[in-house]
Design a protein around this ligand. Structure first.
Ligand SMILES: CC(C)(COP(=O)(O)OP(=O)(O)OC[C@H]1O[C@@H](n2cnc3c(N)ncnc32)[C@H](O)[C@@H]1OP(=O)(O)O)[C@@H](O)C(=O)NCCC(=O)NCCS
Length: 181
């Protein structure tokens, strides 16, 4: 298990709407509070949103594109409804925005939050989107007053999290799973 004691005082310049698309246009398409994710990516715009509804099929296609198994859509919908936080990263198109990144969190809203389903479309991996997505997720959780965040990292991405300040197995802690047969 990896934990982040979310106390870093980071700045998030990628959250500014100062250049690029018009803020009103962004909020009209992607919902209140959405903002442009600024990365050096010529000719394309990318938007973070917590309020644009997800097309469940598109979301599951994104998660399958990174190698995860198909899940029943009805259960996914309930899981999203019960999540503390759902963040979509969209490649902007005024008519057909495309979901290219996603993360969500569960928790009690006070003490604990756990990050799940962090994914960036393979086409856009390696450009800095994953790091910005995690910065945004952590900032949003901190704003809820939650001071401890956990996640379960696949072996291949442990260094991705470690390089962002996450602590692997703090105090020798190990995660445990129980599976219903
Ligand atoms: C893991 C994932 C979200 C990273 O997104 P990304 O957009 O490719 O990552 P970024 O481009 O923001 O990379 C940020 C930094 O992490 C590093 N990094 C990215 N993926 C890494 C990996 N798998 N292992 C180690 N380091 C990694 C990058 O080299 C970069 O380093 P830098 O800041 O020194 O340049 C993405 O690869 C993904 O969706 N993977 C499949 C799903 C998955 O495994 N999710 C995690 C579930 S626990």
């Amino acid at each position: 298990m990896i934990k982040d004691i979310a106390s870093r005082k980071s700045r998030f310049p990628f959250m500014r709407n100062s250049v690029g698309l018009d803020i009103d246009l962004i909020e009209e398409i992607y919902g209140k509070g959405s903002f442009e994710c600024h990365l050096p990516n010529e000719g394309q715009h990318f938007i973070f949103s917590q309020s644009r509804p997800f097309d469940l099929i598109e979301l599951e296609q994104l998660l399958q594109s990174v190698g995860w198994s198909r899940r029943p859509l009805k259960r996914v919908k309930k899981a999203l409804d019960n999540s503390l936080l759902k963040v979509g990263l969209w490649r902007h198109d005024p008519k057909f925005p495309r979901l290219i990144g996603f993360a969500r969190c569960t928790g009690d809203g006070i003490l604990e939050a756990t990050v799940w389903d962090v994914a960036i479309s393979p086409i856009y991996q390696g450009s800095g989107f994953g790091k910005k997505l995690m910065l945004y997720v952590i900032k949003s959780i901190k704003e809820m007053g939650i001071k401890r965040i956990t996640l379960f990292a696949d072996p291949g991405v442990i260094d991705f999290y470690k390089s962002q300040g996450w602590t692997l197995d703090p105090k020798g802690m190990k995660c445990a799973f129980w599976y219903a047969n």
